[in-house]
Design a protein. Sequence first.
Length: 337
Amino acid sequence: MVRVAVNGYGTIGRRVAEAVRLQKDMQLVGVTKTTPDYKAQLAVEKGIRLYAVDAAGAEKFSKAGIEVSGLLEDLIEQADVVVDCTPGDVGRTYLRQYMGRKAIFQGGEEPDVAETSFVAQCNFREAVGKERVRVVSCNTTSICRVIHALDEYFGVRKARVVIARRAADPEEVGRGLIDSVVLDPVEVPSHHALDVKTVLPHVDIVTMAMKIPTTHMHVHSLMVSLKTPVSTAKVLEALESTPRILLPRKSEGFKSTSNIVEYARELGRRRADIYESVIWRDSVKADGDEVYLFMAVHQEAIVVPENIDAIRAVTGICSAEESMRETDRSLGIMKGV
């Protein structure tokens, strides 16, 4: 059993911790939290061992009547792998404390925090045995899945992607919705293109991004030039064969991100989480060597399976295929349908 610690119990940390508990070859030894709120209390009620980051934090939890099992340093001592789910740019501050343990970081950190950036189906083998691995952001993860698939089947000459990003996560009431479309950034390309190249360095890609007034999902518009002409049917065949990609039909009622979220609810997915890249089947169009499509990305959940696979990669306990198969089984991940 791989002993896993999760540092940070926010949007991603909660999901990663629960996903770890579903794995037959992993044991969650505990999580850290900075605030003694209802999420901390729920973690304790779920039987998750809770740790404070430092002594001052432990005092806050004590005053709130929430028992902690120790400090971050105590948690790290028990772990083989630490998954850092702290806010962006915070993970780097823990590098020294993680020494002697395998560490996995999130896409909010700069690439140089780790030895390699990671998307399971693209470069699992590069991460095998590494000390530090960075799971890339939600948008980068989804772009990499699709571009890698098209490149494997047909060869990609270049990719151009426009990203309409959600303005805030559902619980981020302090950021709130905005009555505006905000270019984020105004400059071209956005950082997503550079991030894709940390996983697929050979791909010619330009990305543009904006924030829109919604909380549920991002939507990508992809325009990809291939090395050879191809039919729409062949592109759909390739995408249907690719893990962690869904292709819902307009005729089934899938016309918006709200439909996708509602579908996840009806499936009984916890928190309506969507781990797959969701491509509207009817949007896929091949015109000679050009391919166009719309894709939705659930920013709260899509990197969860990547974190689980990254744990297996750094510990070298199984192959990419075995890891993805077990991760997909445990999380109920679908493909193609």
